[in-house]
Design a protein around this ligand. Structure first.
Ligand code: KG4
Ligand code: ZN
Length: 352
């Protein structure tokens, strides 16, 4: 087993599952540095992440981002106790760049390698801000690539998937609706901002998978594709009639529908499973309405809500390092050096 200092293991984490090249360094549950290089601007004109463009950007950013992270943290790479990397799920070409870099570091430095699950890392990151995770906790992960409800007993062992989106991810819906309202990519932050001046009750958009029949089969699942289509039809009808589209009102009403379903199902899942703590992570966790609504609805049921600060909610290397440090602290076995990028890695596999 790795011999680590009393303050916990020093772990370097690498994240390349989508468009952020993240390199984070933590000591136990203390964040030392979170260096992120994003290629988001290169994807903006396509209205979504282009995998080939993301992979190439990771390749260019990897070494400078690792050097910047080590320098900012004031450490030598030889000092680290372990290297952690997102092995999946994510874009395979993008993941490969991170996995190859992590293997090279692990072999070159003679340190253990942990290929970790991206979703479990989104959960573990909150330890850097709010201390040890309550066990169990209920995690609502909402981003451009995933929307899931998880029951987390021990994040280093495995995670139970209670429900997930059956079509679009929540962030994807924000991005698509923003696009049809003429807002830039990624659209979530723009909708969040514009919606503050809008009337959330202006249109009563559909709440996916909340009818009694849907709840029988999909109680903790989500669907946002029907909502996105409903917004598109509503906007088209206005335009056909030659009337102006009230962008702030539509943004607010759309956002209300998403947040309503997410918070309703998260609280229902926590109550059903007897869990007192809800953790929200992923890029959409930065949404101000989602945070406020979750706080109110959870408090009504005596449930606490933890949300990491926005910079730790979006994809980053610190979350991977945080999970890596927890794995080392709990003496979990590292990955083999023939670790592969695992684009569809299930949440039940924390270490590949
Ligand atoms: O976790 P993340 O950085 O990357 C993925 O794994 O997808 O999440 C990015 C997503 C985008 O869809 C973006 O529009 C959304 O998070 N997002 C937001 C907000 N900030 C980012 N959605 C709603 N409100 C926000 N404030
Ligand atoms: Zn993510």
């Amino acid at each position: 087993m790795t011999d680590v200092s009393a303050d916990g293991p020093l772990v370097l984490g690498i994240e390349t599952s989508c468009d952020e090249t993240g390199v984070g360094i933590v000591r136990g549950q203390t964040l030392l540095v979170d260096a992120v290089a994003s290629s988001v601007e290169e994807h903006a004109r396509f209205g979504g992440v282009v995998p080939e463009v993301a992979s190439r950007a990771h390749l260019e950013a990897m070494v400078p981002t690792i050097e910047r992270a080590a320098e900012t943290a004031g450490i030598h790479l030889h000092d680290v106790d372990a290297i952690a990397v997102t092995s999946g799920p994510g874009l395979v070409g993008a993941l490969l760049v991170g996995v190859a870099a992590a293997k090279a570091l692990a072999i070159g430095l003679g340190k253990p390698l942990y290929g970790v699950n991206h979703l479990a890392a989104h959960v573990a990151v909150d330890q850097l801000e709010h201390g040890p995770l309550p066990e169990p906790c209920l995690a609502l992960l909402v981003s451009g690539g995933h929307s899931s409800l998880l029951r987390v007993e021990d994040v280093t062992v495995g995670v139970d998937l209670l429900g997930a989106t059956i079509d679009d991810a929540a962030g994807e819906a924000f991005d698509k609706v923003a696009r049809l309202l003429g807002l830039p990519f990624p659209g979530g932050p723009h909708i969040d901002r514009i919606a503050r001046d809008g009337d959330a009750a202006y249109v009563d958009f559909p709440r996916g998978l909340t009818s009694r029949r849907d709840l029988e089969r999909h109680r903790f699942d989500f669907s946002f594709s029907g909502l996105k289509t409903a917004v598109a039809r509503w906007v088209e009808a206005r335009e056909r009639a030659g009337e102006p589209v009230p962008v702030a009102d539509v943004a607010a009403a759309f956002q209300e529908a998403v947040c309503d379903v997410l918070t309703r199902k998260a609280v229902d899942a926590a109550v059903t499973h007897g869990i007192d703590d809800i953790l929200i992570g992923g890029g959409v966790a930065a949404n101000s309405r989602l945070r406020a609504m979750a706080e109110t609805r959870a408090a009504e049921r005596g449930i606490r809500v933890r949300v990491p600060r926005p910079g730790l909610c979006t994809d980053n290397g610190a979350m991977v390092a945080a999970l890596g440090a927890e794995l080392v602290s709990r003496g979990r076995a590292p990955s083999a050096l023939d670790l592969a990028a695992y684009s569809s890695q299930p949440v039940t596999v924390v270490v590949a």
